[in-house]
Ligand binder design. Structure first.
Ligand code: GLC
Length: 570
């Protein structure tokens, strides 16, 4: 990969410079320009951050947009209930002041999390994916953007925002590198999947290498990284009350570059984002190409975050307008076409095919014969979920955990849909939670289908890894979704299950088997996001106000306009 050095000019703007300069010579962001500790809380500023709603810009989508004052008051109401910036909920750590009887596992978890810290020129910039020296390292010795998110949340909740700020700035620098796979240049806004610090003891230097997909198995760029980056920027801002980071010229530009990639015009007929297989947490071929739920939900959430983080300057305004239009179209599409419950399942079962024209009910020409057997038993009377993928003549009925939890947190799911997702989790507890929370997707694909869909991938055999494996990291997402829907007891049950084994088993990356009873075939131990995911889940349950960092209130402007059938009620 050829690297393009980046220079930060006096006024803080980034410009590309001579690519022959090495990364070692690259100037750092001037950290001293930013306050070391989060600023004293500025509630006024914080309020205006959340004030912007979809109705703010008059683009003719809403007949009666609420006034700014309405939005403002609404935000004030819920801010007090869900947001307590700067509060610490960590325990058993030096900076903790929370009086709570901690589970013995939390001390070990904090200690291991701290051991996973990665330093660059003396500053912590992230956490390593796994601390397991017994297995082949591959790229598990790198800082993954998606893996760092639960670590970042744990540090923020514990009142330690510095590392998060460093990470945000460091990855922003990486974004400005020239990215090439063979002779093909990747989009400017692409964020890395992971990065690593290289130490040269002879020269006593440290350099960074990053992977934008050019080293990744399958050579796929991580579509989720940019979304997680924006989501983290908002979490940092909400948690600290410090908006100066997000307001920096470089951060605004980084955000706009990410947004340019996913809001660009093309041949699309849907508002969803078209993706290659393996471009997210499931980073191998698993039949998640097309319009995977994980990316659509993260896309929606990142758009909502960007809406409040973007400055109202000329460039910012233009993006804000595009974001609002896309949010409307995306929520309509997802809530209507990705949603499955008993009624909808029955409708699909009775679909006519080969309908042409605008009056078609079966818009994507889905063949009822393509409905898998398992889905009829799986679907409870009360409950529903966003299915894995929807495209031309294609519906992937698998349940994916991350996408559904993010849909709840971002309010892509209506309150009724969010409740239905939690109902489904409760009624299909054995299938989705089993002995170890939580299935990355359900069910596994096997036999001929596994051969065709995965290309005979031996790592993704049935009920293993991405193919129906159980991932402890998902515990934080479940917990956050439980708190948002007012059902913390579900999270408590899941956490108890994890506590029975996680530490004893050495914090594995994933578990195998229908019930998640076996430590995964090739699972790393001391997988950092299994550790931080647990910590975040615990801290959120103990102090639910932390939810504000990662949750969005429902925006009434996004209510679906049309009803597909008389019983289609949101
Ligand atoms: C695996 C996972 C991916 C994760 C990486 C590092 O490749 O599929 O989601 O980011 O490991 O833990």
């Amino acid at each position: 990969m050829s690297l393009l050095a980046v220079d930060v000019s006096q006024n803080g703007s980034i410009k590309n410079v001579d690519s022959s300069r090495s990364v070692v010579e690259m100037e750092e962001f001037d950290f001293s320009r930013l306050p070391d500790r989060p600023r004293t809380l500025n509630m006024e500023r914080q309020r205006s951050f959340d004030e912007r709603s979809l109705a703010e810009i008059p683009i003719g989508l809403s007949p009666h947009p609420p006034s700014r004052a309405d939005n403002f008051n609404r935000v004030l109401d819920h801010l007090d209930s869900i947001f307590s910036p700067g509060r610490r909920s960590g325990f058993n750590t030096p900076s903790s002041n929370f009086v709570y009887e901690p589970h013995p596992m939390t001390a070990e978890a904090w200690e291991t999390l701290r051991r996973s810290l990665v330093y660059f020129r003396g500053r912590p910039v992230g956490t390593i994916a796994a601390l397991d020296s017994s297995e082949e390292k591959l790229n598990y010795d790198q800082v993954f953007v998606r893996d760092f998110v639960p670590s970042a949340l744990a540090f923020l909740m514990n009142g330690e925002p510095e590392i998060v700020k460093n990470f945000i700035l460091k990855t922003l620098r990486l974004q400005s590198w020239e990215k090439k796979i063979d002779r093909f240049q990747l989009g400017e806004g692409v964020m890395p999947a992971s990065f690593k610090v290289l130490h040269d003891p002879a020269r006593n230097t440290e350099t960074l290498i990053a992977d934008f997909g050019e080293s990744a198995i399958g050579r796929v760029a991580p579509v989720d990284s940019g979304f997680w980056w924006i989501i983290l920027l908002r979490a940092y801002t909400k948690s600290t009350g410090d908006s100066s980071l997000a307001e920096m010229h470089e951060c605004q530009k980084g955000m706009r570059l990410i947004l340019s990639l996913c809001l660009s015009e093309g041949f699309d007929t849907f508002p969803t984002l078209l993706c290659a297989d393996g471009c997210c947490m499931i980073d191998r071929r698993m039949g998640v190409y097309g319009y995977p739920i994980e990316i659509q939900a993260l896309f929606f959430m990142a758009l909502r975050c960007a809406l409040v983080l973007l400055k109202q300057d000329t460039q910012g305004k233009e993006f804000i307008e595009r974001i609002i239009k896309r949010l409307h179209a995306l929520s309509y599409h997802m809530r209507n076409y990705f949603w499955l419950d008993l009624k909808q399942l029955n409708d699909i079962y009775r679909y006519k095919t080969e309908e042409y024209s605008h009056t078609a009910v079966n818009k994507f020409n889905v063949m009822p014969d393509s409905l898998p057997e398992w889905v009829f038993d799986f679907m409870p009377i009360h409950g529903g979920y966003f299915i894995g993928n929807v495209g031309p003549s294609k519906m992937d009925f698998r349940w994916f955990c991350l996408g559904n939890c993010i849909a709840i947190l971002s309010s892509l799911a209506t309150p009724e849909q969010a409740t239905a997702i939690m109902d489904l989790i409760e009624s299909r507890w054995e299938e989705l939670v089993g002995d170890m929370p939580l299935k990355v997707c359900y069910p596994a694909i096997e036999n001929h289908e596994w051969r065709i869909v995965t290309g005979c991938d031996p790592k993704n055999t049935r009920w293993s890894y991405h193919n129906g494996g159980s991932w402890p990291v998902l515990l934080w997402l479940l917990t956050a979704a439980c708190i948002k829907t007012g059902r913390p007891q579900i999270a408590r049950r899941a956490i108890e299950l994890a506590e029975a084994r996680l530490s004893k088993d050495g914090w594995p990356e994933y578990y195998d088997g229908k019930l998640g009873r076996y430590i995964g075939k090739q699972a790393r131990r001391y997988q950092t996001w299994s550790i931080s995911g647990y910590l975040v889940a615990k801290m959120m349950l103990e102090d639910p106000s932390h939810l504000g960092m990662v949750a969005h209130e429902e925006d009434k402007q996004l209510k679906p306009v049309l009803k597909r059938s008389s019983s289609w009620t949101f």
